[in-house]
Design a protein. Structure first.
Length: 91
């Protein structure tokens, strides 16, 4: 995983909380064990773990609507994608 694509353990934990996903559900949807996910989230810096596992967790969170915000001078972060308006319109 390139340096620019690395996510932090805190981003994973924040993203999971923001999306309202429990550890067990995220672990299952990304095909990693709960202890592996816990280790990732406990990482002070870049998420610890095999690059393919970190990538799987990232993909699962992105599928749940999370956007990972890269370091921009203020620190990395996460936010939720806007809901698809076409899905909520009754026209």
């Amino acid at each position: 995983m390139s340096e620019s694509n690395q996510i932090t353990g805190r981003q994973i934990a924040a993203a999971r909380a923001l999306a309202g996903i429990g550890q067990a559900d995220l672990a299952a949807s990304s095909s990693v064990s709960i202890p592996t996910l816990r280790r990732m989230e406990a990482s002070a810096g870049a998420a610890a773990g095999l690059p393919n596992n970190v990538a799987a967790v990232r993909r699962a969170l992105e599928a749940a609507g999370v956007i990972f915000v890269a370091e921009n001078g203020e620190g990395p972060g996460v936010r939720l994608r806007k809901p698809d308006q076409s899905a909520t319109d009754s026209h």
